[in-house]
Design a protein around this ligand. Structure first.
Ligand code: 13P
Length: 311
């Protein structure tokens, strides 16, 4: 099928605006099969057997998450799955006015010639895969890659010979990365009104002993975003990046204490799912309590998006 250039522009912009509307955020549950296995192992469970290559991932705990109300929801193989009652996951989500999305990168692979860094694959055949996902009901796509600090980005290591303070390193690297990203997106005529950005917050590194306050995280992160992200982008949807559930909510809340040119919200995986997963523990009788735990975090982050969260 030949698709006219721009045929989906209006729909894409509308979808981005819907997701980036007051109090709304994203439940990121698009972990790879391997990461899903790690999450389940943390509560003493094994993931379902792997499918043969080329077939969608098998259903796992995420089916249970899908019935909780959120605005939008990037998936992996669940796009093709049904609940035990035979209802398609995408139909449940759409019925609840949740926008189903799909992760389209194919994960990280080692990057040759780099400083032990990785890059993600999946550009080959992307257009036809996306067309098939659209037919299945997906209305947005997520592409994610990782920039490692202090290993990379390689060219940066030459100019930043000492990355001593983790937060400074994170700020400087992010400035460089977003400048280049937006330069190349502009060169490639990416329609900024149709994208949502999913960055990490500027926080001290995981091994840094000094923790930052929500105000410090907010100051550094907003400074970075104001310097680099055009206001045409409708939403900034942060990942939680290993912050605790409450920390991630407090940091988001701090960033919404004043007006921003973009919707500043969440696309959290761990900071929405951790308690939910532990509460569930693989036991059918815990599903309702687990969903309530997820709802609690979703509501807290919805308030934080409005700048109204109080712990
Ligand atoms: P975390 O919120 O757990 O960092 O994950 C977000 C993410 O990138 C999943 O797509």
């Amino acid at each position: 099928m030949v698709v006219r250039a721009g045929a989906y522009d209006d729909e894409l912009v509308k979808t981005a605006k819907t997701i980036a509307s007051p109090g709304r955020g994203i439940l990121a549950m698009d972990e790879s099969n391997a990461t899903c296995g790690k999450r389940l192992a943390s509560i003493g469970l094994e993931k379902h057997r792997s499918q043969p290559p080329g077939l969608p991932d098998p259903p796992c705990h995420r089916t249970g998450l899908g019935t909780v109300h959120l605005r939008c929801y990037p998936l992996r193989g669940e796009l093709y799955h049904s609940t035990v009652d035979g209802v398609r996951m995408v139909d449940i989500l759409t019925e609840h006015k949740i926008v189903p999305g799909i992760k389209v990168d194919k994960g990280l692979v080692p990057s040759a010639g780099s400083n032990n860094e990785s890059w993600c694959q999946g550009l080959d055949g992307l257009a036809s895969r996306e067309a098939a996902y659209y037919q299945q009901g997906a209305r947005f796509a997520e592409w994610r890659t990782v920039v490692s600090i202090p290993n990379g980005p390689s060219e940066l290591l030459r100019s930043f010979s000492t990355v001593s303070m983790a937060s400074t390193g994170s700020f400087q690297v992010a400035q460089k990365v977003w400048a280049e990203n937006f330069f190349y997106m502009a060169e490639n005529n990416v329609m900024f009104e149709g994208i949502l950005l999913k960055p990490s917050m500027v926080t001290p590194g995981a091994e840094c002993k000094d923790r930052a306050t929500p105000e410090q995280v907010s100051d550094y992160t907003l400074k970075l975003l104001h310097r680099r992200i055009p206001p045409a982008v409708p939403g900034i949807m942060f990942l939680s990046g290993g912050q605790s559930e409450v920390e991630a909510t407090q940091n988001l809340n701090a960033m919404n204490q004043g007006p921003n040119p973009w919707h500043v919200s969440f696309s959290y995986a761990r900071a929405l799912q951790n308690t939910c997963l532990k509460t569930w523990g693989g036991q059918p009788e815990n599903v309702k309590a687990a969903q309530d735990a997820l709802l609690l975090r979703a509501k807290a982050n919805s308030l934080a998006q409005l700048g109204k969260y109080t712990s």
